[in-house]
Design a protein around this ligand. Structure first.
Ligand SMILES: Nc1nc2c(ncn2[C@@H]2O[C@H](COP(=O)(O)OP(=O)(O)OP(=O)(O)O)[C@@H](O)[C@H]2O)c(=O)[nH]1
Length: 220
């Protein structure tokens, strides 16, 4: 039997409409859904097994948190961060750089796993940010980097999240919790999805079947 070693909290940050929800749902359900509710944050729970151990993973898909004033709280809450931008929108890339800078300033160095995701790579004709620029930014901040397309395939999102979780788990094993956490976090501001995306079925503007929801518990 596999042993549960830890809980990993992942925060997904990025500009509005960069595709945060699309990437998260792609990873969790392997499905692409065109439109999502943008009214608030969603907390997803799932369980992953890799490298002979199980982790309980919480993924916080944020929306407009800079405007709503909960960004700092999210940054304290997370163990791992996926910073998403759209390769078709330079402004979202600059915002991603700001977010990486914020993470560097507010988290102890090397104490949080971070990945930079350039989404919408399927829209090559509308590209405004070259892959090399994403690569350079990730090197500057010492984080992982992937270009993905939530619309086109689930492979990129799965690879990126898997690598992020692996790094987060390694950090959790190496560093005691007080060094990773600078403050406790209240979940009162997020809609907590007990069970399998129970709340999200109402908010995602396309219906997920019960089978889809069950597939949220995935084993990598
Ligand atoms: N072509 C293409 N469109 C995408 C991709 N990912 C997301 N989109 C579209 O981009 C729009 C925004 O996607 P969302 O996932 O809602 O973006 P978000 O960052 O969660 O948006 P907010 O919640 O407003 O911050 C939607 O119309 C999606 O269908 C992608 O990989 N390729």
């Amino acid at each position: 039997m596999k042993m549960t070693v830890n809980r990993i909290r992942v925060v997904v940050l990025g500009s509005p409409r960069s595709g945060k929800s699309a990437v998260v749902v792609r990873y969790l359900t392997k499905r692409y859904i065109g439109e999502y509710s943008s009214t608030g944050d969603f907390l997803y729970q799932h369980r992953v097994a890799f490298d002979g151990a199980v982790s309980e993973v919480e993924i916080l898909d944020t929306s407009n948190c800079a405007i709503r004033g909960c960004l700092a709280e999210h940054v304290r809450w997370g163990d791992a961060f996926a910073v998403v931008y759209s390769v078709c929108e330079r402004r979202s890339f600059l915002a991603a750089a700001e977010l990486l800078s914020l993470l560097e300033r507010t988290r102890l160095p090397g104490c949080a796993a971070v990945t930079l995701l350039g989404n919408k790579r399927d829209l090559e004709h509308a590209r405004e940010v070259h892959a090399e620029e994403g690569q350079e930014l990730s090197l500057r901040f010492g984080c992982q980097f992937y270009e993905v397309s939530a619309a086109e395939s689930c492979a990129g999102a799965a690879l990126a999240f898997h690598a992020l979780l692996r790094e987060a788990r390694a950090l959790a094993l190496l560093l005691p919790a007080p060094r990773r956490k600078l403050a406790a976090y209240s979940v009162s501001k997020v809609r907590y999805c007990q069970g399998l995306l129970a709340n999200c079925t109402v908010n995602i503007k396309s219906r997920l079947t019960q089978t889809d929801l069950q597939s949220v518990i995935i084993f990598l």
